[in-house]
Design a protein around this ligand. Sequence first.
Ligand code: ADP
Ligand code: MG
Length: 619
Amino acid sequence: MSRIHVLSPQLANQIAAGEVVERPSSVVKELLENALDAGARRIELDIEGGGLKLIRLSDDGSGIARDDLPLSLSRHATSKIQSLDDLEAVATLGFRGEALASISSVSRLVLTSREISADTAFKVSAEGRDMLPAVAPAAHPVGTSVEVRDLFFNTPARRKFLRTEKTEFAHIEEVVKRQALSRFDVGFVLRHNQRVVHQLPPAVSPVEQERRIGQLCGAQFMQNAILIEHEASGLKLHGWVALPAFSRSQADLQYFFVNQRVIRDKLVAHAIKQAYRDVLYHGRHPAFVLYLALDPGVVDVNVHPTKHEVRFRDGRLVHDFIFRSLHRALAEVRPQDTLSGSTGASLVASTDAGSTPAAMAQSPLQLSVATDTGEPFRTLGLPVTPSAGMIRDQIRGYGALHPEVTAASVASRAPQDQPSAEESEMPPLGFAIAQLHGIYVLAQNSLGLVLVDMHAAHERITYERLKKAYYARAMSVQPLLVPLSLTVSAREAALAEEHNEALTTLGLLVERIGPELLLIRQIPAMLSQSDVAKLVRDVLADLFVLGSSDRLEARVNELLATMACHGSVRANRQLTLAEMNRLLRDMEVTERSGQCNHGRPTWTQLSMAELDKLFLRGR
Ligand code: ADP
Ligand code: MG
């Protein structure tokens, strides 16, 4: 082995560059961060050849003093922190003082800058040399331009790992997108091969901000997003999350910012995933743009050279805060919210009265209708609950509401289904007019036609009721007059015995009376009309998959979902109009009613405008 020697600065920088500069987009990220740290309000980026040929960033920030220019390119040189204390609560995006040094060691770099107080600009250039670069006068307005040419020209191994120009540019665009989403107050221009790809003026008002998000994430996202704003225990979360129906096949529309820093964090990802768990179709990914603000002192940003990761001092608190904020917001979405947009003033009130344990006990299937014809509309006309009102204000939906259309104008409904005068306001999901092939309920509301997947919708309603009752420990049960004996496998019988207590909390009283024989004595009242034998078998099958009882506790929702499926109307069951209206009213007051337990949509709207379009009818 040869003797120990100190690496040359050049080599040290190139080694460090291995961590910081993975590909052209990493250069763009570092340059953008520097410009933002310098207080830039306008940033222009010119890219050529996917960033391999040229990356040029110009900003109108504070600039660099002449004498500091050579230093800016050397390693461990920064103007952003002085001491370890500064690092504790660092507010700038950069602080490691190694980006420019690293970049200049693997490219041909020219930095031109003019300080506000200076009357000329100066430039330095570096081409992977060891010595301090020479400073020369130059022409440049106040601010800084960094030109990076021929990236990795001296590190061929790195170059080999790069993809096509198109792919590399896509990475760059993504980086720019993230910064543009984190700093609405800054204007961005991005050009590739002289063609403008993004031109984003500063976005001050909420409308401008939403326009920018629409431009970067697609108008569809914005139309399907709920605005979130929540603050508690020193944490503030705001931003937009897409309704579950607007899920994606890939996790490609997920932006999370912590104190304006773009991060990818396992803890955060888990909290969000959990919030969507109950409403997202299996294998789909939620879409969101979220901003978390908290005291910089309680988050460590110096965890990774690319600063993509952070560490929270109280991870549990942050996790639960994010989970709870999103979970609540998603739960509170009601049909009327997606229909109404911000014009919600005249919306029909919603209430939870229909889903209290007491109400559940009244009618096991919740579709049975009292002889009183007013019954289906009983939940209307009650005062707006604060939660419904609040969430409505927060929703940016779409479509206009036409409050002038009243139930009285609804055609083809039997007279006995007409609501009385004071109840004649049109509910959000309207009134049922028919059932299609025993699967869909058709209803007319103020916007046009509503189509409901009857089973999916009822499954969600039953599921939410079961959950509510289970967690309130108010599961109302129904003893079977004649206990049902059920022949099962020895293993299933053993499972029933082992998990007896858990089954009891689920409302199932099951007794093992033989090696392969169970006796079912009681079931949840809500499921009294379901096939009891099949219900118990399915729950036992779940137990078999779930295994131990702590996992059981964690996945009780899955058991409840299985049970809900049994308690819900099956396809091909004929419903009366009153039963259908009951279902619509229940949907309006049920949490997460837009999706069934598996995340599939439960209803959709075909507006008059859409119908007119179908029939080429000008209106
Ligand atoms: P860091 O950002 O971690 O401090 P860099 O190597 O990225 O390290 O930059 C070194 C220094 O150069 C910065 O601390 C800053 O003072 C200066 N600098 C770099 N880019 C700019 C810019 N666009 N405008 C003003 N100053 C800049
Ligand atoms: Mg930097």
